[in-house]
Design a protein. Structure first.
Length: 552
């Protein structure tokens, strides 16, 4: 995989500024798309061949897949190319500005940049001699833009700025670079590479200290193997594990415990029903047994509820709460985050967790939990049990645990932002509400409702019911699905993405309608054979149907 250069990230900024002017969401840089784009730009300059047909006759999608971009479920790809001779008097940034202006003036290239079906991009910029004809070889700047959308795993390439940034990866093998400022860097799942850059940076590990394994590398990096993956860190000063915070000085290979906080209190309950209060420093509070009331106060606190039904107000600062794991009625904790970027990690019991303001990470754990994200861009993982989740304001991300059966029936409601809901197992009910949401059902038989906004809804496997609501919605159907129903498909506003894994051979949208669609009393039925059917309720007539279909 190839991390993007500062020039490639600069062009990404131009792309996203243009998209914002047209009310479109920002694209994220993706490492595999970037590798594909870099390879093609190099090939163009090496062979003096400016073409979308590349090495060994490959097309863009073939090169993108060969570079490692995961084309699973519903997906889409696109490519832009541009080349121009270099001006000796200008900077590369000026050249990139000129190239981007040229791309935006070209209808086909502009359509890719402003397409609402893409979510990620890779940009390959290279310079070298290029023969425009046999009499005209000049030093040139070449750019390839590879666009993509997938329901598979992506590997993000995130770059901060000079201020205090919060960079959050996904489930793939991501590359996070903080640059300047005091950054908070959270790779989430996968095997990530994280570079804090300048400033006092904090890395979120997402797993307990024990049994993490730590190694100091010859290039100055630190490798941490934990339940969250195998990550490598550079220029990071603080490491926030799920159960404690460790400074870089305390992160020694083979160490069994970190030093105590140097500017806060260590407070431990008595074994009775205590009332415990932290101060303005970075406190360590352990409630112990019984039913405790705990207030973190200011500072970046670490709070362990212990046994019993605890009530916790985490207070200001970037706080960490770790549940003891007690199940049943005695383990029903109430935890409220504060103004900072808090981490709440539940384990057992039917808990109630409230994120508060800030960009919070909340893990429900076992039990039938009630979770509210609050404002900010929150990450919520429901855990096992029948959870009830309200994501709140901000652009939030919900990930299901994957538990099947009656105990995995979750109800998740997005908020006012552009939220992402990823289901797992269980017959779930997901509601997008406001914003341009992305909703995936996962396994089993789900009910998925988009609400207002331009939503993307993918049922996954199982017999799913999908409702787009108002707005220009996109529905995705592929061979993993079984017998799905779309309740409110609007031929004038909505799009249907059909994956070509549903049939063999090359077919366009009209071919698919002619072969697989039929008018019934209830609407239009697609029957692809093999147990894959899709019903468009109350849609009448097949004449205009192909115009609303994209083959992906």
């Amino acid at each position: 995989m190839a991390a993007a250069t500062e020039f490639e990230h600069y062009m990404l900024g131009l792309v996203n500024a243009a998209r914002a002017e047209h009310g479109l969401g920002a694209l994220k840089m993706e490492l595999n798309l970037n590798l594909s784009a870099d390879r093609h730009s190099d090939w163009v300059l090496e062979t003096d061949t400016f073409s979308h047909t590349g090495v060994e006759g490959t097309k863009a999608t073939e090169r993108i897949e060969a570079a490692g971009f995961d084309l699973s479920g519903g997906w889409a790809t696109g490519e832009n190319l541009a080349i121009q001779s270099l001006n000796d008097d200008g900077s590369w940034f000026d050249e990139i500005d000129d190239m981007f202006d040229s791309l935006m003036k070209s209808p086909g290239h502009r359509a890719n940049i402003l397409s609402d079906k893409y979510t990620h991009v890779g940009i390959g910029i290279d310079d070298g001699a290029f023969a425009f004809d046999k009499f005209n070889t000049r030093d040139s700047l070449m750019v390839t833009q590879n666009f993509g959308m997938t329901h598979g795993t992506v590997d993000l390439d995130l770059l901060g700025g000079d201020k205090a940034d919060r960079l959050t990866g996904g489930t793939g093998d991501d590359h996070l670079r903080g640059a300047g400022g005091d950054d908070l860097l959270d790779g989430r799942g996968g095997n990530d590479t994280i570079d804090g850059g300048k400033g006092t940076d904090t890395a979120v590990i997402g797993a307990d200290w024990d049994p993490a394994r730590i190694a100091h590398l010859s290039d100055g990096g630190v490798r941490i193997r934990s339940d969250a993956g195998t990550d490598v860190f550079y220029s990071v000063e603080r490491f926030r594990f799920a159960d404690r915070v460790v400074t870089a000085d305390g992160l020694q290979s083979g160490a069994e415990a970190p030093p105590a906080p140097d500017d806060g209190q260590r407070i431990k309950g008595t074994g009775r029903s205590d009332t415990l209060k932290g101060g303005d420093g970075d406190d360590w509070i352990d409630g112990g047994k019984r039913h405790d009331t705990i207030a973190g106060g200011g500072g970046d606190d670490t709070i362990t509820g212990g046994l019993g039904r605890d009530k916790v107000n985490m207070g200001d600062g970037d706080d960490l709460y770790l549940d003891h794991g007690q199940g049943g009625r005695l383990g029903q904790d109430i935890v409220r985050g504060g103004a900072g970027d808090d981490t709440i990690k539940g384990r057992g019991g039917n808990d109630r967790f409230f994120g508060g303001t800030g960009d919070d990470a909340i893990y429900g754990g076992a039990g039938n939990d009630t979770i509210r994200g609050g404002s900010g861009d929150d990450f919520i993982k429901g855990g096992t049990g029948r959870d009830r989740v309200l994501m709140g304001g901000g652009n939030d991300f919900y990930q299901d645990s994957g538990q099947n059966g009656f105990r995995g029936r979750d109800v998740v409601r997005a908020g006012s932002g552009n939220d992402t809901i990823e289901g797992g197992g269980g017959n779930d009910r997901f509601f997008g509400q406001r914003g341009d949401d992305s909703i995936s059902g996962g396994r089993m038989h789900d009910v998925l409702k988009g609400g207002s906004g331009d939503d993307t809804i993918y049922g996954g496997s199982g017999n799913d019911t999908m409702v787009g609501g108002t707005g220009h919605d996109t529905f995705v159907f592929d061979a993993k699905a079984q017998n799905d129903v779309i309740r409110d498909f609007d031929l004038a506003e909505d799009r249907l993405h059909l994956n070509d894994d549903l049939w063999r051979g090359q077919m366009d949208a009209q071919d698919v309608v002619d072969r697989y669609a039929s008018q019934t009393r209830d609407g239009v039925l697609f029957d692809f054979g093999g147990g894959n059917t899709l019903m468009l309720d109350d849609v009448t007539g097949l004449d205009r149907l192909a115009d609303a279909i994209d083959i992906v």
